[in-house]
Design a protein around this ligand. Structure first.
Ligand code: TA6
Length: 278
């Protein structure tokens, strides 16, 4: 399957498959792989790649469309790459409505993803354009699989005081009271209207990633843990130990887009040195 590789002068690397405009690798300037991709992932037209950054549109979760929408199993068009004034390398991909998409989702649209690769930073700008004559509603987001050396040493900071809905139990909103969310069991929950800056830390002295978002209201946190891992045929039974999904997007409630309008949102991941994530 064709993919694009961006090579930044700092040594940073990004790999994006045209299938789903799916990022499968982000290496920082020191060569560290920041994302997780399952060793058992399929790479085939009708299936999303398991790991990296699955692109969510126009549906999140289950519903009338393929789970998490059709964007991640569609063939995107690479529009080119260039150096930006701030020293980042930019690669642009688009997906437009088609006869196939119209059959299952009767709206004309144009999606654009711009990946901006810097020394220790990756920014993704997600544009949704309504190319039709009537409004439509959608959800969109980035289902990012961050690499974790050992999930038991990983924690996520910044959601304390937020409401969340636990997809695994009672749908009524709960209050997150933990300053640092750690992982010791299956975790699958949405934090609507979450703060725009989180810190994902791997171990007390481990590396950390600052996760920022703009006009992406919500955060979903997911780790399948062992039972669900064993039920996934494109995921190793013990791979839950090496990943955590911190998903950013408009995932909880639909957005409405008027004809001719464009919604732009973004996420930015900044790797910071070990120990600075205090
Ligand atoms: O984002 C969390 C979630 O909805 C989980 O419930 C789990 O199903 C995960 O997405 C992966 O979904 P996928 O369709 O990629 O297997």
């Amino acid at each position: 399957m064709p993919y694009v590789e961006l090579r930044h002068s700092s040594g940073a690397r990004l790999e994006v498959y045209l299938h789903g405009a799916h990022v499968t690798s982000w290496k920082n300037s020191g060569g560290r792989e920041m994302f997780f991709v399952s060793k058992k992932s399929f790479f085939r037209p009708d299936t999303p790649i398991r790991g990296g950054i699955p692109v969510i549109f126009p549906q999140f979760g289950d519903g009338p469309l393929p789970k998490h929408g059709f964007a991640r199993i569609s063939e995107w068009t690479f529009l080119g790459a260039e150096s930006a004034a701030d020293g980042c390398l930019e690669a642009k991909f688009e997906l437009r409505h088609s006869q196939e998409s119209i059959k299952i989702w009767p709206h004309q649209f144009r999606l654009e993803l711009v990946f901006r690769l810097g020394i220790d930073v990756l920014e993704i700008v997600f544009s949704v354009h309504n190319a039709g004559l009537s409004e439509f509603t959608f959800k969109n987001g980035l289902h990012t699989y961050f690499a974790a050396g050992d999930i038991t040493g990983t924690n996520l900071e910044g959601l304390d005081g937020c409401k969340f809905i636990d997809f695994l139990s009672d749908p009524r909103p709960c209050l997150e009271t933990r300053k640092n969310i750690d992982f010791a069991c299956e975790t699958d929950r949405v934090y609507p209207m979450a703060p725009d800056r989180l810190l994902l830390r791997h171990g007390a002295e481990g590396d950390a990633v600052i996760i920022e978002k703009q006009d992406m209201r919500d955060v979903v946190v997911w780790n399948p843990w062992i039972e669900k891992s064993m039920r996934m045929d494109d995921f190793g039974d013990d791979e839950y130990k090496n990943m955590v999904c911190v998903e950013t997007g408009n995932l909880h409630e639909n957005l409405t887009l008027l004809p001719g309008k464009t919604h732009i949102s973004s996420s930015r991941f900044l790797k910071i040195a070990a120990g600075r994530g205090q």
